[in-house]
Design a protein around this ligand. Structure first.
Ligand code: BES
Ligand code: ZN
Length: 626
């Protein structure tokens, strides 16, 4: 077979014309269906599985299939129809991309490749919790996070978003554990005495073709509550009522999105509220969005994350980026649609643009931290040799959104651009595309506006580093009072802070309070210790439980080297693992001499509770080699 040195394998990845983060070559042979049978072994924290991959050769000369795997033990590869053994070879592992599994294909054009294997107890996509690490402490818990390139640690597959397949699954678990997947639930079996003890079997079917990064599984002590005609929320029993209250707007978000971009095709839209170590705000797993419990503010003020994940049902899950260099097609479009949904339901265009201002602030902050010249500040990234996790930032989200907002304004506003968006989705649904597909479709759709379109500096937008080339003049009606209060605090004299009252913020919504605090955080000079103390007291910030507000308040305190917030800081970063919160706080703790060692100690004491994705990225902040 091939030369398998790591250099040769890296070279092979870099030359992959489809996706440089995958060994898959769907242009040669393509997986068209996945059928998965798995036993969740909580004792050993592994999954024991068999997968049947339906494989179609793209021409007669092809006799091999290349799959992505990482940390998998492969036991056996067979022809699923004849049961004959097939020869295969597992390459050495290349960085985060894992090992190439090469399978010799049977002569037929279409065959079923059956692979027996098990996962490692360190599988990067999986987080295993012992019963005592859960809210109820009764059952163990397992959840997955496959985006961007972790599916290969659970299933040997063509782990590239260029390939989309339907799937079905049969999952066996200890009898009191409930299983859900990113699919429709089919009937579940009854209890069964087997060599694994008393078990229960669950079945799932995802009839719509999805990319591998949308495969998802959760298993634990889960209950559900109906929150809409096509929606349930799932969580441990302890928080289910809180969850049902918090996410009551779900159906309104879905119908609003449908009005903009067309029918919701996925059947059900359920939400799963995970344990606190879930590393993201939300993940758009089809039929079952995963969300962090840090959204449970008690007042629905953080449910825009749900609007965002719902938006992915079109942008991302129907129209998918072909590889991670085009990630902005997923996230930029989704931010764009999310803001439209939220604006429609609440506060109209001013609120939509207030949301955009917040995003732009996050972008500015992050580009400054990354460096203006950093290649990852480009909208399109050259993915060769790049770990998508390292490239991850708010750039694809906010620069992407800014570009679409700019195009919308340029071409005549929402009345003109929304029908285009619907048409774009309809045209590319069920496909995986690149930026150029979008560009060509746009240019063709607006071919009577070529004079306007010729003004668009595609090259600058797509390929230049730093802030977007044009920054829209967003409606500031909702951020105005935040800016005024920020300036008042900055200009105030330490000896005369009595002019500040709780009423300064009582007419603001929680997102405006967050905006006010972020503007303070943005100011060059840290707040004095006196101001930090008074601000905290007057506005009751120490006891504010809104996670977005809390994270900014902590960062403000650390920036001012304010010792009074250290206990709260440690409590906050050890009680949840959302990277958006945890990473910048660890960075700030590490940057301050007084807390540098504390940051390292806290990390070391808590690393067993963290998911590997968060673990790696926090370790980088602390210059720790794992
Ligand atoms: N798909 C992303 C989360 C993600 C991105 C996971 C890349 C792994 C790799 C999800 O839709 C997302 O963007 N979540 C945001 C929500 C926010 C933008 C409203 C988050 O987690 O904060
Ligand atoms: Zn997203």
């Amino acid at each position: 077979m091939s030369v398998n040195t790591t250099e040769a394998l890296m070279e092979e990845l870099n030359n992959n014309p489809i996706d440089a983060n995958s060994f898959a070559r769907p242009d040669l042979s393509r997986v068209s269906h996945i059928s998965w049978k798995a036993f969740i072994n909580f004792d050993d924290q592994i999954i024991e599985a068999t997968v049947d991959l339906t494989v179609d050769k793209q021409n007669e000369t092809i006799d091999e299939l290349f799959l992505d795997t990482t940390q998998l033990s492969i036991f056996d590869v067979r022809n699923g129809e004849t049961n004959e053994q097939l020869s295969y070879e597992l390459s050495p592992s290349v960085a985060v991309f894992g090992s190439k599994l090469t399978v010799k294909l049977p002569p037929k054009k279409r065959s079923i490749i059956r692979i027996d294997y098990r996962t490692s107890n360190k599988a990067s996509a999986l987080q295993w919790l012992k019963p005592e690490q859960t809210a109820g402490k009764r059952q163990p818990y397992l959840f997955s996070q496959c985006q961007a390139i972790y599916c290969r640690s659970i299933i040997p597959c063509q782990d590239t978003p260029a390939v989309k397949t339907p799937y079905d699954a049969t999952v066996v678990v200890p009898k009191d554990v409930v299983v859900l997947m990113s699919a429709m639930r089919v009937e579940s079996g009854s209890w069964h005495q087997s060599d694994k003890g008393m078990t229960k079997e669950y079945r799932f079917e995802q009839k719509i073709a999805i990319p591998s990064y949308l495969m998802a599984i959760v298993a634990g002590d889960l209950v559900s509550k109906r929150i809409g005609p096509r929606s349930h929320v799932w969580s441990e029993p302890e928080v289910i009522d809180q969850c049902a209250y918090e996410f009551a707007n779900t159906e309104k978000f879905i119908t609003t999105a449908e009005n903009i971009v067309g029918p919701y095709v996925w059947g059900i839209y359920d939400l799963l509220v995970l344990p606190p170590s879930f590393p993201f705000g939300g993940m758009e797993n089809p039929c079952l969005t995963f969300v962090t419990p840090t959204l449970l503010a008690g007042d629905r003020s953080l449910d825009v994350v749900v609007a965002h994940e719902i938006a992915h049902s079109w942008t991302g899950n129907l129209v998918t980026n072909k590889n991670w260099g085009n990630f902005w097609l997923n996230e930029g479009f989704t931010r764009f649609l999310e803001m439209k949904i939220v604006g429609r339901l609440n506060g109209g265009e001013p609120n939509r643009q207030f949301n955009a201002i917040g995003g732009l602030k996050a972008l500015k902050f992050e580009i400054e931290a990354m460096g203006e010249q950093n290649n990852y500040t480009k909208l399109m990234i050259d993915p060769r040799g790049v770990d998508p996790e390292d490239a991850f930032s708010s750039v694809p989200y906010e620069k992407g959104h800014t570009f679409l907002f700019y195009l919308e304004q340029l071409l005549g506003g929402p009345q003109v651009f929304e029908p285009f968006l619907k048409s774009y989705i309809n045209h590319f649904k069920y496909q995986s595309i690149e930026t150029n597909d979008f560009k060509e479709y746009l240019e063709n759709y607006f071919k009577d506006k070529t004079d306007i379109l010729s003004k668009v500096e595609w090259d600058l937008w797509l390929h230049s580093t730093g802030m977007p080339p044009i920054i829209p003049d967003y409606d500031k009606s909702l951020s105005k009072m935040c800016t005024e209060l920020t300036n008042k605090w900055i200009n105030a004299n330490d000896n005369n802070l009595s002019e500040f009252k709780l009423s300064d913020i009582s007419s603001m919504n929680p997102m405006q309070v967050k905006e006010f605090l972020s503007q303070l955080l943005d100011s060059e000079i840290p707040l004095s210790l006196t101001k930090m103390h008074v601000l905290t007291e007057i506005y009751g910030l120490k006891s504010n439980k809104n996670s977005e507000i809390r994270s900014i308040w902590i960062r403000l305190g650390l920036k001012s080297h304010w010792k009074e917030c250290i206990n709260e800081t440690i409590e906050f970063i050890t009680s949840q693992g959302r990277m958006k919160f945890v990473k910048p706080i660890y960075r700030a703790l590490y940057a301050w001499d007084e807390t540098k060692q504390l940051a390292v100690n806290t990390f070391n004491a808590n690393k067993n509770q963290m998911m590997s994705i968060s673990l790696n990225s926090v370790a980088k902040e602390l210059n720790i080699k794992l």
